[in-house]
Structure formats: C-alpha cells, structure tokens
Ligand binder design. Structure first.
Ligand code: FAD
Length: 353
C-alpha cells in the first residue's frame, strides 16, 4: 500500500531533525525515514573518545539548546546522541527508524519514495542522508597487496583494539589527528601518523565556535557585496581539542609525509626504506550518500548534485541538506544546519502552496 504525505525527509540525523522542526513550523505534513534503528544519526557510530570541537551551547539545533555535559567543556559523541534523542522525542517528530530508502523516482506531479518497508508518495523530498555511510578510501599504491588490517575512520573504536601493534594513521584532518593522538597518548600502540601535506594546526584558542563566526562573517560580507573577509581554510585544518593538544605538546604527534606504497608486510617510504605495519587506519574522508537519488539522474561532479542553496537545480521538489558547504555554509555542523533547514522548509512551502 502506498502512503501519502507532503514531504518525505530521508535521514533522521541532525539534518533530518532540523528539517522536521522547520517543516512543522511551516505546517507541512511530513515523515522522516531513517535507516538506523535508533536516534542519533552518525554520532552513535563514532569512536569512543570523540569530543565535539565546540562547547555545548554552540552546538545546538533550532529551538532547543544542547545542555552542557557535566565535567566536559567539549561534549562527547554519546552526549550528542542523548541530545538528538531528546530533540526527536521532545518535538514528537515523526521519525520511522529502521527504514532504508532505496530509490526516489519522479511520478507525475509527485515523487515516489521506495523503501525496504513500503512505498511513500510525496510532493517533495528533503535528502539528509549525510556522508558517514560512504567512507572514502584513496587508491594508494599497494593497497590490495597489504596483508595487514585496513580500516576506515568509521570502523575505529579505541586504542585497546591495537595493543602491541604498529599502526599507521593516514590523514591530515581532524579525524586523523584525533585518532593518532588517542593512540599515541594511550602508550600501548606504536603509531605513525602520515599526511599528504604538513598538518595545519589551528591556534589553541580557535574552536568550532570561532570557526563558525569566521564563516558567518564571510557569508555576510559576500551577501552584502563587501570584500571577501577570507574563509576558515586559511586558518588551518586541525582544531586543537584537548587530546590533540596534549599529544602535540608531548611531541607525540609529529606527521611524516605519505609513504610511497604499501607492501605485503608494511610500507615503503620515499627514500626506499621499509617498515613493518600491522594496521592502517584510513582517515581519508567521506562522500555524500546519494545512491537513493540515482533514478533522478541529477549527478554532477565529485559525486554531488548541482544545487542552488539546498535546492537541486534539476529537480525543484528535491532539497539536499547537511552534506557540506555545497548545500549551504556550515550545513554539515550542528549549529549551522538549522538555518539551511529553515531555508529548505520555506522554499518547499512556497513551492507546494
Ligand atoms: P548523519 O548524522 O550521518 O545522519 C544521516 C542519517 O541518515 C543516519 O541516521 C542514516 O541512518 C540515515 N540514512 C542514510 N542513508 C539512508 C537511506 N538511504 N535511507 C534512510 N536513511 C538513511 N560537527 C559539529 O557541529 N561539531 C563537531 O565537533 C563535529 N565533529 C565531527 C567529527 C567527525 C569525526 C565527523 C565525521 C563529523 C563531525 N562533525 C561535527 C560534522 C557533522 O556534525 C556530522 O557529520 C553530522 O553527523 C552530519 O549530520 P547529518 O544529519 O547530515 O548526517
């Protein structure tokens, strides 16, 4: 049996919930379909020691402040899961957990949303499926011949899983730095951190909140036709959260340039020397999870769909929310996604009425 609604939101992480908050305010009928059996989006799958790079009061979705976590300036991932669970329940958002959307197709005036539990017919769709389910692994030479263990950020849990091993952590972003720092501080793991270019640490007093302010100032300047104030890229890549700072200050977080290739038992460095390695952890980023939108034939470059803000250029009934700056500045952050969700809900209200 096909069910009907105004808007289907695909994905019930922070972006999907923020969409729900604003769709409700606009008075639209909607449902949120989420593949995970429990609330919290990707935060429920992140590694044990992960902490936000902004304090709680600067990590909130619209309408409800994230409470501080006792004893922590920067809340951990479990605290975010609790907050999102509370948000979903507190606003009584209609989230169907354990429902995966396989395909979205055009069907006359509407869109058909095919799931593993049935079919929905909607007048519009907001896709908010994030990137966590599409980890990216680079085509590094020798990756297929390496006989040790390889895992991506998404499969990393804690240092205890690697006691006594030589672990190479690949990647110069926040994930690579935080995982390398955690392993190094643990003391039971030999860790080598490799990055494609020298790591760029942000100044210690710049956290996620300060980055958001810089990005906001730039957006305002550009919107008002003033000269570019410069974005966050020039400030650096790695937020000096407490474990990163501690490992860096103890000289435990020194990056080496990328190895030239993997060998069956380890790596070969650019000078031809080799090292034995038990495990490689690829902290090499993500791609947007958009396979359910393939039937709409909207693909652009880099696995993205061309957009104007959140609206898909080739399909005005489709909005994309939360994937990164290409779906609106700071849309892939807790504090930034609310504004983008509001824009999407307003645009859809104008379209559907
Ligand atoms: P997700 O949280 O990934 O949620 C997507 C949801 O969609 C999931 O529940 C999934 O089950 C569901 N889904 C996927 N595909 C389908 C489908 N086909 N059908 C139905 N459901 C589907 N941001 C900050 O603001 N502060 C930070 O400190 C911070 N730290 C970060 C650290 C790391 C390591 C990472 C990776 C990101 C961090 N971010 C941070 C960025 C950002 O907040 C997260 O990426 C955020 O989880 C994105 O939310 P989302 O709702 O877009 O996607």
């Amino acid at each position: 049996m096909t069910q009907h609604t105004d808007v289907v939101v695909v994905g019930g992480g922070q972006a999907g919930l923020a969409a729900g908050y604003h769709l409700r305010r606009q008075g639209l009928d909607f449902v949120i379909l989420d593949a995970d059996p429990a609330p919290g989006g990707s935060w429920q799958h992140m590694w044990d020691s992960l902490h936000l790079f902004s304090p709680a009061q600067h990590s909130s979705l619209p309408g409800r402040l994230m409470p501080a976590q006792p004893g922590e300036t920067y809340p951990d991932a479990g605290h975010v899961v609790d907050y999102l669970t509370d948000y979903e329940k507190g606003y009584d958002l209609p989230v169907q957990h354990g429902t995966r959307v396989d395909a979205v197709r055009r069907d006359g005036e509407g869109l058909l949303v095919e799931t593993d539990t049935g079919i929905w017919r909607a007048r519009a769709v907001i896709s908010a499926t994030g990137t966590w389910s599409r980890p990216f692994l680079p085509d590094a030479p020798g990756r297929v011949v390496f006989t040790g263990r390889q895992l991506h950020t998404v499969n990393y849990r804690c240092p205890a899983d690697f006691v006594g091993q030589h672990v190479i952590v690949v990647g110069g972003g926040n994930s690579g730095a935080q995982i390398a720092a955690g392993l190094a501080l643990d003391g039971r793991v030999e860790v080598t951190w490799v990055t494609q270019r020298p790591p760029q640490f942000l100044a210690d007093d710049i956290d996620g909140h300060a980055l958001f302010d810089v990005a906001t100032a730039r957006r305002r300047a550009l919107e008002q036709g003033r000269s570019d104030t410069g974005g966050i890229a020039s400030l650096g890549d790695i937020v000096a959260v407490p474990p990163v700072r501690a490992a860096r200050d103890a000289a435990l977080l020194t990056a080496k340039p990328m190895f030239s290739q993997l060998t069956p038992g380890g790596v070969r460095w650019a000078d031809g020397s080799e090292a034995g390695v038990d495990t490689v952890i690829w902290c090499t980023g993500f791609r947007p999870a958009l396979s359910h939108l393939a039937p709409l034939n909207l693909r652009g470059t880099h696995g993205r769909i061309p957009t104007d803000g959140t609206r898909a250029l080739g399909e005005p009934r489709l909005h994309l929310l939360g994937y990164g700056d290409w779906t609106g500045p700071a849309s892939a952050t807790l504090i930034g996604v609310g504004r983008r969700a509001r824009d999407a809900a307003r645009a859809l209200t104008a379209l559907l009425r």
